[in-house]
Write a protein that binds this ligand. Structure first.
Ligand SMILES: NC(=O)c1ccc[n+]([C@@H]2O[C@H](COP(=O)([O-])OP(=O)(O)OC[C@H]3O[C@@H](n4cnc5c(N)ncnc54)[C@H](O)[C@@H]3O)[C@@H](O)[C@H]2O)c1
Length: 267
């Protein structure tokens, strides 16, 4: 018996990276999984791969920037599998070229990232909740980011949108808890998805690793496993929480590295 046996899960942005890992793990543990992604071919390939491994899955086109598309994905899930127990709002975008500091950032990019990263969470939940209510409850899982807990020199919209996800998670949890609907979030630190590996220079990856408390990077499965836990009844007394999964990157005193270098110089 799997940990999420016969639960029906919709995962946004599930064709690659963290979403794909969560979809694969949920399916392995018995869930019927719908993968919605902008990359329709990737979503369908991911579903086919899950089926080849003996699981149940469907892939479809989803644009998380569009209300109608999100509604269609939710409706499709219920038509296909009869219910919706788990919604994983995973889609999120960042843009290092246009999402800059407050004075210089592109305002259209601000709107786009707020829409895709934050409003999509509202919309997915808005359309999933009535089905969940009708069928006795469910689990909504959102993807925040450690960028929602700390300031940075750029990525103002990304950080603000992800901080919004953290608190929207609490609002959903408070508003629908009595309907047996739980809502939690994961906040990843840097995770070595294929995109991160391809796009980030080795030196930058090295800087991130150096500041982790643990001596290694995060992998998509590190988040996927947390999503599996939050989707399952193992987390049935947990709601409104954001799990920070970041290798201890943000737990130390930020002056520690310079302070240690200073102390070494004194010896
Ligand atoms: N990878 C990290 O280091 C990291 C760190 C913190 C937070 N996150 C968050 O985790 C989530 C997943 O990130 P990832 O690194 O796995 O991303 P990814 O780029 O590997 O995958 C994202 C998926 O979303 C799809 N997508 C993009 N825009 C879409 C849209 N408008 N509608 C539907 N699908 C869309 C893409 O096609 C892709 O399959 C995001 O919310 C991201 O902000 C990632």
């Amino acid at each position: 018996m799997g940990r999420v046996n016969d639960k029906v899960a919709l995962i946004t942005g599930g064709a690659s990276g963290i979403g794909l890992s969560a979809a694969t793990l949920l399916a392995k543990e018995g869930a019927k999984v719908v993968i919605g992604d902008f990359n329709e071919e990737g979503a369908k390939e991911a579903a086919a791969s899950i089926k080849r491994d003996g699981g149940e899955a469907s892939g479809l086109f989803l644009d998380a920037a569009k209300e109608e598309s999100i509604k269609e994905a939710v409706d499709f899930t219920v038509q296909q599998y009869g219910t919706l127990n788990v919604l994983y709002n995973n889609v999120g975008l960042t843009n290092l070229q246009k999402d800059l500091d407050v004075v210089n950032m592109d305002l259209e990019e601000w709107d786009r990232l707020m829409n895709v990263n934050l409003k999509s969470v509202l919309l997915g939940s808005r359309y999933a909740i009535p089905y969940m209510k009708k069928d006795g409850g469910g689990s909504i899982i959102n993807t925040a980011s450690m960028a929602g807990f700390a300031g940075d020199s750029i990525r103002s919209a990304y950080g603000a949108s992800k901080a919004g996800v953290v608190n929207l998670t609490r609002y959903i949890a408070v508003q629908y808890g009595k309907d047996h609907i739980r809502c939690n979030a994961v906040a990843p630190g840097l995770i070595l998805t294929p995109a991160a590996k391809n796009n980030m220079p080795e030196e930058v990856l090295g800087i991130f690793e150096k500041f982790n408390a643990l001596p290694y990077h995060g992998e998509p499965e590190d988040i996927g496993n947390a999503v599996l836990f939050l989707a399952s009844d193992e987390s049935k007394f947990m709601t409104g929480q954001t799990l920070q999964i970041e290798g201890g990157h943000y737990i130390g005193n930020p002056t520690m590295s310079d302070f240690n270098a200073f102390m070494q110089q004194q010896q």
